[in-house]
Design a protein around this ligand. Sequence first.
Ligand code: UGB
Length: 623
Amino acid sequence: EILSERGQAALTNLINSDEIGAQTHVYSEWPEKGTDDDGKKKLTEQLADLDASYPGGLSAYLSKARVLLKESADGTNPFTEFEASIPTGESLSYDSPVPDDHTGMTFTQAEQKGLTGIKDVAFVLVAGGLGERLGYSGIKLSLETNLLTNKCYLEIYVKYIQAMQHMAELKTGEKNIRIPLVIMTSGDTDPMTRQLLKDNNNYGMEEGQISIVCQDKVAALKDSNAGLSMADKWTVETKPHGHGDVHFLLYREGFIDKWEEEGRKHVIFLQDTNALVINSILPTLGVSIEKNFDMNSICIPRLAGEAAGAIARLEHKTDPEKSLVINVEYNQLDPLLKTQGDCKGDVPDPATGLSPYPGNANNIVIGLEAYAKTLRGEDKGVVVEFVNPKYKDETRTEFKKATRLECMMQDIPKLFQKELGSEANIGFTMFDRWFTFSPAKNSLESGIEAVKGGSIAPGTMSSAESDKYIQNQRKLKHAGMDIKVTEEKDLVEVGGIPVTPGPRIIICPGFAITQEEIVKKVEGGSITERSSLVLEGQGIKIKNLKLDGALILRAAPHCEVEIDGLTVTNEGCVLEEIPEGADVEESVSIRGYTMNKKEVKEIVITEPGKYFIGEDGEVQKIE
Ligand code: UGB
């Protein structure tokens, strides 16, 4: 009678389902009533929570785990029935006028097509990962994407969505278009994510426009019988379940019904630390609309051996109905490829020096209609799980440390296939790497090691920042500016990581999100290599800029600013390496440098109106 009703029920469930006695260490040998009663209550409440948070309850979780752990111990290859081949998909290049073979659309056309669908999208940002590899104890969303604007990842994503809203309003003539954003957090990231939003007034998003769903951790398992791992006598150890939780959470929390009622058509999934990917959203959406894709993954050319999944066509050896296009995770690709074809594994194609398989940036555009149908099916959005125990020895019975079931959001094609059969229309769209992919995932130390080992994609905060600048160099060059684009050979090492010597350019989503806009807003001009430039403001048009130093141009909404011949020469900004062993904050040490803003010309216009700025930088109000 010391236990609550739900605690008692959860305990009874566990005992009744424990046919093989794998959980006796949890419920037997309890001390007498009166001793440790609080512990007993705490444990049974936790069992009840674990029951409630997993579809089918804890007993379903444990019986799935037993099956998967047995397969793992037996060394069962999950791909025995399949043969991987290189899939065909769409391919778009920012500065190529050549249309894609399948859709017949160029990049520009795909982007324009995407614009027709932006009013009806919803965004989902998976941000439950702690970023242990990055060596950062804060949330990854709070990391500054670059030191020129100091804007963090979350702000970049929000500003992008706001810029989309603005475009949608211009396109449709409708007012107050609001695109929803759901952030999936975990126990590790939830309080800090909420705090970040609160401290920044939701970055200007309306009350209720951002929703947070928090994924629960799952029970950790100590052995091949799926025995629960105990942190102490009265606490089950728990571990993260992976980003695959996002699907069932969106379903369970009612977002799917709500979005359907609102007439939305696509759901766009983003990861936490890849600021480049926002460029690819519109053209990918355009391809999804054109090809009526139920799922469309944003891809990049993959480096062999890289820690990015590969999109593959898995051909079922006997039943073509079961063949599908899906991500094969990086740790599974090499063993799979070693069992087929030339058996060489995850190696580069000698012709290109790259993996022949498209790299999965894991940002996905999903069609809501097929998604809703799939989520309402038998599995309710619980994607196929896997288990990856690290065994103590060859006997494959004991683990080095507790394991758990995991799941990945990119595994949803299996559910699409189950619910929609061969009707499931799944594809991918490939972009240039410079345009789409440079996540911050690794610590500076491991990045330096990777560079020493010959990697050109160390995946550090500093390489992510540098790649952002290089991308914007290319965009301004494409718009006709005289500007040097940093090539691989031009990179300079700062803090042990090769980065661009400059110019450092940030084009904020609030200036432009499409190629068409940039081309319309930028004309002529030149920027020297040591320069830094920030452009922010929908109404800015910039002609014949001559920049040798640092310039920040910002204009609030409803400001039209015409700039012609503006000439800026000053000391600018320089990167300064942090001396080894210096006592600096974590957010600084993960980069290995700071930015000294020695002299910066800053033009900020806040009052609505029309303005002109000429050679001397004087702001003249015209209307
Ligand atoms: N995440 C969660 O929200 N919850 C979790 O429980 C775990 C993660 P990682 P990884 O693009 O480079 C993915 O850890 O292992 C969020 C793809 O699987 O960064 O690098 C987390 O916050 C892989 O195919 O993933 O692998 C983050 O936003 C490849 O494409 C996201 O999920 C690779 O990314 C990814 O988490 C890549």
